[in-house]
Design a protein around this ligand. Structure first.
Ligand code: ZN
Length: 408
């Protein structure tokens, strides 16, 4: 009896140890710090963002990563210009970069942006009267930043030497147009030719068991379809996939350099880009499961006998990223929508779409006389217009088809 009991005890401890690989307390600690009012929403180049960068560098150092930024530091600074009410502001953004050196020829990147909207002066807030209000960005993207720290801790502490090195990166300037990842891929501190794949996390804190994950970049390498289904099944996580390597986050910058990418996202929500994106709404246990899934994906990718093959996957606006457009409608597309047209998840105050009466839930079918089948058609149309131009938009609201004029 005693023997059976102790055996049961051993089995129970092994199961618990595995289940608690990614601890809810650790996830909570990082998100609580990064999304605290003290960091004032981590606006690019702000004092709050510097505090977040220092915290990340400290974590990387404790974990035992090598500094892989500029001048043997964990930081890769870059200049950013953005406009507030028509006045140009110049600031310095900082990517935070740490290297887990396994003495390998090839490296896998694990990344996520740590900047957010600050106090609402830079564009992007969907809160009414957003100025001078802290946008904590707990889901966007303290959750993904936490993933970078915890995966670094996992791989540095697992007493295994993988076949690849790992580069852990927290990007700045993402909310201003993927600026940090773009800067890195143009001025890499590790040769891009040595990069096997890039795994991105942007908003992984709101897992809803019924909806599951949205996994993008699926079509950029056959390796994802081979590996991910089993890892997701192990964690009992549902998912939908988006084939394209071009999307609204930093994996895009790596995809555009012909690197296989995959990005994890728990989906948009009513607090997206609002002052209410706070820590108390994070599904901590859900994030722990997602990190276990991603750790599994990284381990399996590492163990493949060949390097992940790169596929070009649905990139009709060749080489452009969203930051290159001269005009925008001021809408948040619903990236999980797979029907025809562009489904709107949110509308920014006082921007062209709102001024034209477009609302969340509407599906834009035509813009400037051109059909929109997917989000890429929309991006292509945006690329063809200038500020001040007026075009016609046809959209569905419920079952009603409506037409409005939109001025960019
Ligand atoms: Zn984000």
């Amino acid at each position: 009896m005693k023997k059976i009991l102790s055996l049961l005890f051993i089995i129970a401890s092994i199961t618990t140890a595995f289940a608690q690989q990614f601890k809810v307390e650790d996830i909570k600690k990082h998100i609580t710090f990064l999304a605290s009012d003290d960091l004032e929403g981590r606006g690019t180049g702000s004092l709050g963002e510097i505090k977040a960068a220092n915290y990340l560098a400290d974590q990387f150092r404790i974990i035992g990563l090598k500094p892989a930024g500029t001048d043997k530091s964990f930081f890769q600074p870059f200049q950013v210009t953005y406009s507030v009410d028509g006045y140009a502001h110049q600031v310095t953004g900082r990517n935070v970069v740490g290297f887990l050196d396994n003495g390998a020829a090839k490296t896998i990147i694990v990344g996520g942006h740590y900047d957010h909207l600050g106090k609402g002066y830079q564009s992007g807030s969907l809160s009414p009267d957003s100025k001078n209000k802290i946008h904590n960005g707990a889901d966007d993207n303290a959750s993904g930043t936490t993933g970078v720290i915890e995966l670094a801790k996992y791989f540095a502490g697992n007493s295994k030497v993988e076949k690849h090195n790992f580069l852990f990166m927290a990007f700045s300037g993402e909310e201003l147009g993927l600026l940090g990842s773009k800067y890195f891929t143009d001025s890499p501190t590790v040769p891009l030719t040595s990069i096997s794949a890039m795994v991105n996390m942007d908003m992984i804190g709101r897992l809803d068991e019924a909806k599951g994950l949205i996994i993008s970049g699926w079509g950029t390498s056959p390796v994802w379809g081979k590996i991910i289904p089993e890892q997701a099944a192990k964690q009992n996580i549902r998912y939908t996939v988006d084939s394209s390597g071009v999307g609204a986050s930093d994996h895009t910058s790596f995809y555009l350099k012909n690197i296989p990418v995959v990005q994890f996202f728990t989906g948009s929500h009513g607090d997206y880009h609002k002052t209410s994106d706070d820590t108390d709404k994070i599904n901590l246990a859900g994030e722990a499961k997602i990190l276990t899934l991603i750790a599994g994906v990284l381990e399996k990718t590492d163990q493949e006998t060949t390097e992940p093959e790169f596929f070009s996957a649905g990139n009709p606006h060749s080489g452009q990223t969203t930051s290159n457009f001269k005009v925008t409608l001021g809408v948040m597309p619903d990236y999980s929508y797979s029907g025809k047209g562009l489904k709107i998840d949110g509308v920014s105050k006082a921007r062209p779409a709102e001024a034209a009466g477009i609302q969340a839930g509407d599906v834009i079918l035509k813009l400037a006389g051109k059909d929109i089948a997917t989000i890429y058609d929309y991006m292509e149309i945006l690329g063809e217009h200038e500020k001040g131009q007026t075009v016609e938009a046809e959209f569905l609201r419920g079952k009603d088809k409506k037409t409005v004029k939109i001025t960019f």
